[in-house]
Ligand binder design. Structure first.
Ligand SMILES: [Zn+2]
Length: 310
């Protein structure tokens, strides 16, 4: 699904082009059906006793149209959910996570902004900074896990989900999961990034730490988890632990994706971070998992973003 490592040197293009096709086919099919429906009207030279064409009766019940709305952003249920901040309701109005994704990729979702930092579907990367740069999420809550730093806040929906995830991991016998970092403000990201640059130089810093205004942590939707056994380990020690393996396999069921996988580095520009979880909600995470995606960029058909703009 990912482009080869060489693809990052090619002209920017969507890592996925195929998934737009099914929608196109569906739209074509709908168009053909309407053409069939209207055809008898155009050629109505037939005797008036002619029975009504079967196709006219069948059109309203065609499943293709019922599964994926031809214009989801015209659906009252979608607009109502969006205006009330009910992201899950909006996704449901599209027909679920996969239909939502497909509509975005096909350009059939003009009411969905991937750059709205308050939405579950926001994409933040090296070419898509936070807008506004000093955005602060509403409704922050304490991460209900043992913390190893004082950055222990995330959005309340994320806090609830990560608590459930950690409980499930413990119940599965893989050990405790703690957290290192949740929400980081713009100001804290300035400090964090500057410390990385001083310690590693800018190139290495950019592979492991976002520049201020470019961090998912600023949305309140991301957190870094650690493995806690007798004591909690650090970020670099997370990969290879039972907790890490469990998270990689199961976090999606709680609405999280592992945002920076090793295979995604050419797309994201970040070295692998098995500890960095991004909350997208259960519907989108399930579609991400089922579709075998490894970056949010390919999931939404966005160009690879391995580098900051010059
Ligand atoms: Zn992180």
């Amino acid at each position: 699904m990912l482009p080869s490592p060489h693809a990052q040197h090619a002209a920017p293009r969507s890592p996925i082009r195929g998934p737009a096709l099914p929608i196109g086919v569906a739209v074509t099919a709908i168009g053909m059906l309407f053409s069939i429906a209207s055809a008898p009207v155009v050629t109505s030279a037939a005797p008036e006793t002619m029975p009504e064409p079967v196709a006219v009766v069948q059109v309203p019940t065609v499943k293709v149209g019922a599964t994926v709305a031809a214009d989801p952003c015209a659906e009252p249920s979608v607009l109502a959910a969006l205006s009330s901040g009910d992201d899950a309701g909006a996704i449901a109005g599209f027909g679920g996570g996969e239909n939502f994704r497909a509509a975005v990729v096909a350009g059939n979702a003009p009411c969905i902004s991937l750059s709205d930092p308050a939405r579950l579907w926001v994409v933040v990367n090296k070419t898509l900074p936070l807008n506004p740069p000093e955005y602060e999420p509403a409704g922050l809550d304490a991460v209900p896990l043992q913390m190893t730093t004082r950055s222990g806040l995330v959005r309340s929906d994320v806090a609830a989900a990560v608590g459930q995830m950690a409980d499930a991991a413990a119940a599965a016998g893989v050990g405790r999961i703690g957290a290192n970092n949740g929400y980081r403000s713009y100001g804290l990201q300035v400090t964090t990034y500057d410390a990385h640059v001083r310690a590693q130089g800018q190139e290495d810093a950019d592979a492991g730490s976002a520049r201020p205004g470019f961090s998912e942590h600023q949305t309140g939707l991301a957190l870094d988890v650690v493995a806690c056994d007798a004591a909690c380990g650090g970020l670099d020690g997370f990969g290879g632990t039972g907790q890490s393996d469990w998270v990689a396999a199961n976090a999606w069921a709680y609405g999280f994706i592992v945002r920076y996988e090793e295979v995604g580095t050419p797309v994201t520009g970040y070295a692998p971070e098995p500890w960095h979880l991004r909350y997208v909600g259960v519907d989108l995470a399930a579609a991400y998992h089922a579709g075998g995606y490894h970056t949010l960029e390919e999931f939404f058909g966005l160009p690879a973003a391995p580098d900051y703009a010059p």
